[in-house]
Design a binder for this molecule. Structure first.
Ligand code: TMP
Ligand code: ASP
Length: 238
């Protein structure tokens, strides 16, 4: 697929237009950011690992009936995706307390959340991704009531599918963030699913196997990502 111009450069991925107005090429870079872009470092091969991780997960979600933007993997670091009109809202599902939930409510990290918690954040680094409600989404016109209902339902469906998948690899899916967009009027999962945007803990040791290793300076970030991939059966080409 020939790419034309750069459409958008995010913190970890770049999106390129193609000759087909409905398709984009997503290029996963090695840039790794935390704290709303305050810290940015290069982690060698992270782009390739996350692209291949994301391809595996998006395929699994597609097989489970979740509409996603993923079309196919093009190269170790690139994927072909449907071009969505993105909704500037981050949908988070949580099975255990961690991260901002612990800071906000003062609960213990690891507390079980049953039923899983669904939260929304506005995608805005300058404002530090403030928490919002479904009413804000509707009132500000970021999505309609029906679209919001679909994003909520799909996030919980993704949680059910992936919690099971990771548990079979002895990993607890603690929480994760999804972004959705519209494709010819339909709500479709966009962005990526990788250890950059979720928390995964080893079931036995509780060891963190996700981007918290980077955020908290624990080291071994990509070794952890590779290990998670290997446990899922992903053979990385990096
Ligand atoms: P939080 O605990 O910082 O609110 O994050 C919840 C989950 O969502 C965690 O797995 C990290 C992910 N996340 C992102 O990947 N990017 C973001 O901008 C935010 C707010 C969360
Ligand atoms: N991806 C966001 C950032 O760069 C949030 C995070 O992962 O901590 O800052």
């Amino acid at each position: 697929m020939n790419t034309t111009e750069l459409l958008y450069q995010g913190k970890a991925k770049s999106a390129y237009l193609t000759e087909d107005p409905d398709l984009l090429v997503l290029a996963f870079r090695d840039d790794t950011s935390a704290f709303d872009g305050e810290v940015i470092e290069q982690l060698e091969a992270k782009g390739a690992i996350n692209n291949q991780f994301n391809a595996f997960i998006m395929q699994k979600l597609g097989e489970a009936g979740i509409p996603t933007h993923f079309v196919k993997q093009l190269s170790p670091t690139e994927a072909l995706v449907k071009r969505l009109e993105m909704i500037p809202v981050e949908c988070v599902a949580r099975n255990r307390a961690a991260g901002s939930l612990v800071r906000r409510l003062g609960v213990e990290e690891g507390l079980m959340l049953d039923p899983p918690l669904f939260e929304l954040f506005l995608k805005n680094d300058a404002l530090h991704d403030p928490m919002i409600t479904e009413h804000h989404v509707e009132a500000f016109g970021w999505a309609t009531r029906d679209e919001m209902d679909v994003m909520h339902r799909l996030t919980l469906e993704v949680n059910a599918v992936l919690s099971k998948l990771f548990l079979a690899a002895d990993l607890t899916l603690v929480d994760f963030k999804l972004e959705f967009g519209r494709f010819h009027g339909e709500i479709v999962l966009g962005d990526e699913f990788s250890p950059d945007g979720c928390r995964l803990w080893d079931v036995h040791s509780g060891e963190k196997k996700d981007k918290d290793r980077f955020r908290q300076g624990l080291g071994g970030v990509l070794d952890a990502y590779r290990e998670v991939g290997a446990r899922l059966g992903i053979v990385f080409d990096t």
